[in-house]
Ligand binder design. Structure first.
Ligand SMILES: NC(=O)C1=CN([C@@H]2O[C@H](COP(=O)(O)OP(=O)(O)OC[C@H]3O[C@@H](n4cnc5c(N)ncnc54)[C@H](O)[C@@H]3O)[C@@H](O)[C@H]2O)[C@@H](O)CC1
Ligand SMILES: Nc1ncnc2c1ncn2[C@@H]1O[C@H](COP(=O)(O)OP(=O)(O)O)[C@@H](O)[C@H]1O
Ligand SMILES: [Mg+2]
Length: 278
């Protein structure tokens, strides 16, 4: 098992070329946020935007449009009930993040299936939250796209069939291989399973135990996946920085809130892009 290192993050987040524009930094579509969980997709979209995604669109329940715009005017919105319009927009994006606050009603289930069916081989997919619960309840074929899943331990139990107490690296590895996707199994020290390797995240603190913390990670993974060509390195760097920021904040705070992490992502990305921090 390899630790994710500051060096790896430094090698992944490089200074931006001067001759570039928003189209070079990833078109990211985030899908989620029902009438009860609008905050989840707002936090995910905030993290994707603060991670440097060039263009962010959020497909969500229209009830969330005003609050999303008020928090994040950089994001565009669309009604996720209009499946054809969502799929038409999806055809032009680099990354799809689906699941934060999506809920598990039949409409959400159908939207997940439609997105999985429409995904093109070059599009990167981030499956989180409700998307994983839906997938566990009704397994369906996954597209040939690069896919990362970001389950917490209960979502991983539902998906893998492994009880939380049995989620050892060896068992997780076996389950990841069967699914054929990169698995970020979130815990106190998150472990990441790729086809080649098992990684662990050295950071993380119980100060992160707040609703929305995983939604924020999903958005970061989406933002990084739209910018950095090595998909695995992008995922590992997002996992590392998410908790590195939290660990630093937790030195003087009892709890760290998801939006506090997002606010610091640009500063940390700059820091890691210029040097390997101590
Ligand atoms: N502000 C918001 O709108 C929020 C929306 N959320 C969304 O709510 C939906 C449901 O997600 P939840 O995770 O809340 O509910 P889930 O039902 O998927 O998981 C929570 C259940 O798993 C158990 N559990 C065991 N180990 C756990 C672990 N390590 N971490 C978390 N739960 C563990 C809990 O006791 C609980 O019974 C998702 O779509 C999620 O994105 C949550 O992220 C919370 C914040
Ligand atoms: N005790 C802890 N130590 C380290 N990290 C934690 C701890 N509790 C929560 N986290 C992190 O917070 C995030 C929680 O994700 P998740 O449960 O999906 O949250 P939500 O769905 O509410 O956004 C994960 O990245 C997890 O690693
Ligand atoms: Mg979650």
């Amino acid at each position: 098992m390899h630790p994710i290192t500051a060096q790896l993050v430094h090698q992944t987040i490089r200074p931006r070329p001067a001759e570039s524009y928003k189209g070079n930094y990833g078109r990211v579509l985030l899908i989620g946020g029902n009438q009860n969980f609008g905050g989840a997709i707002i936090m995910a979209a905030t993290a994707a935007t603060y991670s440097g995604a060039g263009l962010v669109t959020v497909a969500t329940d229209p009830q969330n449009f005003a609050s999303l715009h008020a928090r994040l005017p950089e994001a565009m919105v669309m009604d996720y009930h209009q499946t054809d319009a969502v799929l038409a927009l999806m055809a032009g994006v680099d990354v799809v993040v689906i699941g934060p606050g999506l809920g598990t009603d039949p409409g959400a289930d159908q939207l997940l299936s439609a997105v999985l069916t429409a995904a093109k081989p070059q599009q990167r997919l981030v499956l989180d939250g409700s998307a994983l619960t839906l997938l566990a309840a009704t397994p369906r074929p996954l597209p040939a796209s690069p896919i990362v899943i970001t389950p917490h331990q209960m979502e991983w139990q539902r998906l893998s069939g492994l009880a939380i107490k049995d989620q050892s690296p060896t068992a997780n590895r076996r389950a990841q291989r069967q699914l054929g996707v990169i698995a970020v199994v979130k815990a106190h020290h998150t472990t990441i399973y790729t086809d080649q390797d098992v990684w662990f995240n050295p950071g993380g603190t119980p100060a992160m135990a707040t609703g929305g913390m995983g939604d924020t990670l999903a958005g970061m993974v989406g933002g990084f996946a739209g910018q950095f060509s090595d998909f695995t390195a992008a995922i590992l760097s997002a996992v590392y920085l998410h908790s590195a920021i939290a660990d630093d904040l937790a030195a003087t705070r009892y709890v760290v809130l998801p939006h506090q992490i997002s606010a610091l992502i640009p500063e940390y990305m700059h820091r890691y892009s210029v040097a390997v921090p101590d």
